[in-house]
Ligand binder design. Structure first.
Ligand SMILES: *Cc1c(COP(=O)(O)O)cnc(C)c1O
Length: 403
């Protein structure tokens, strides 16, 4: 008998051969403390009701499940529903996790919060909850990302966070994670590290997933109420994989529901030109976890590229690697150009400006539509809004029109 997908990870954070705790000895005590406290918090009604109350009143949950009527008509395939995580406070799903983790930090008696950020969305979510709970906050961000996502840098600073530029290597998310881990090792006594995706050492992939499961729980109840049946497919973009696993997880036991994760295909699947770990990636260890990653023959991490900073990372969450092996979730990719075209279409047809990360999921929806019938239903996770991306998108889309 194979392991049921929704019973993992095991006590040491393994999803089959993936996951685990590949960290320096100095962090083991902190990670064990975190895992133990999370185990207690999970079963504590007071913790759960405080979290639910804040998700409702501070963040704006439940988010709507919106029937995209005009887009459905335009694509002439299945009925398309959008799970509107873009309407959450701070504009993306990330606050579900940031809020859960800061409540844990409070339980652990920590007074200082650190985080890494790529697109800046996780940094903004973290700076937001740190302000809300009166905690000191340091955000590590690649210098290249700081330039691409200047608006989010200003937002974090307004929220009182100290945003530190990381200039090492490619100066993007991977290097920012290294700096955050270095800080944590040094300051672990008073500091909690709010990791931003379903990545890193145990217990993070499990904990981050659990904090985002609310997306799938709501979507499941909402579609049952609206259509009186489950959807035929779920689609979500996959960076580290947190918004995707949050939507997928509560449906894993529903055999009729197909699930598709969409990675960043960048300029196409050529070395250094994309961030699609399941296309040419291999098994390895990066930043605390064993998973699929983009590395060369010697195991050196390769350069990655995506138009969306939030998908531009060399490793994928370990649970996704496992779900792929099981054949339970399919993984594909969308290129920069496909994502930009989908971005533009959603703006024009539905009056919704999506995040460029999200646009990768939307791009796949456009490919999927012709294969499906009008009596079928798809839910796409609208993981975030695109206000942060308008300059970037304008540069590409207007440039394209001039050419
Ligand atoms: C960060 C981000 C992503 C990618 O992260 P996951 O952990 O894969 O969800 C996707 N969409 C938006 C809007 C984001 O901010």
């Amino acid at each position: 008998m194979e392991t049921k997908p929704d019973t993992l990870p095991d006590a040491h954070g393994h999803f089959g051969t993936y996951g685990g705790m590949f960290v320096p000895e100095t962090l083991m005590a902190a990670l064990t403390e975190l895992a133990d406290e999370y185990g207690r918090a999970k079963k504590d009604d007071r913790f759960q009701s405080e979290l639910e109350g804040l998700l409702r009143e501070y963040c704006g949950r439940p988010t709507p499940l919106y029937f995209a009527e005009r887009w459905t008509e335009k694509l002439a395939g299945p009925k398309i529903y959008l799970k509107r995580e873009d309407l959450l406070h701070t504009g993306a799903h990330k606050i579900n996790n940031a809020l859960g983790q800061i409540l844990l930090a409070k339980r652990l008696g920590k007074s200082r919060i650190i985080a890494e950020t790529g697109a800046g969305q996780h940094g903004v979510a973290t700076a937001t909850v740190a302000a809300r709970f009166g905690m000191e906050c340091v955000i590590y961000m690649g210098a290249v990302d700081m330039e691409r996502q200047h608006l989010n840098v200003v937002r974090m600073q307004l929220l009182g966070a100290d945003v530190r530029a990381v200039t090492a290597g490619q100066a993007t998310l991977k290097e920012a994670v290294n700096e955050a881990m270095r800080d944590w090792v040094t300051n672990v006594r008073n500091t909690h590290y709010i990791l931003g995706s379903a990545l890193g050492s145990h217990p993070y992939p499990m904990m981050v997933r659990d904090f985002h499961r609310v997306i799938g729980r709501e979507a499941r109840a909402q579609i049952l109420e609206r259509e009186e049946r489950l959807p035929d497919a779920l689609v979500a973009c996959v960076g580290g994989g947190s918004n995707a696993i949050g939507l997928f997880h509560p449906f894993l036991g529903d055999e009729g529901v197909r699930m598709i994760g969409v990675e960043a295909g960048g300029h196409g699947i050529k070395e250094g030109e994309h961030a699609a770990r399941f296309q040419g990636g291999k098994l390895g260890v990066l930043q605390g976890t064993k998973t699929y990653l983009l590395a060369d023959e010697d195991g050196q991490i390769q350069l990655t590229h995506s138009v969306s900073a939030g998908l531009d990372y060399a490793a994928v969450g370990p649970e996704h690697a496992w779900l792929r092996d099981q054949g339970r979730v399919e993984y594909t990719y969308a290129t920069d150009d496909e994502a930009l075209a989908a971005f533009k279409e959603l703006c024009e047809v539905e009056g919704i400006i999506p995040a460029l990360e999200t646009a990768h999921g939307l791009a796949h929806m456009r490919k999927l539509a012709p294969e499906m019938g009008a009596d079928q239903i798809v839910i796409v996770n609208l993981s975030g809004r695109g206000d942060k991306d308008v300059e970037q998108a304008a540069k590409y889309l207007l440039g394209e029109e001039e050419a």
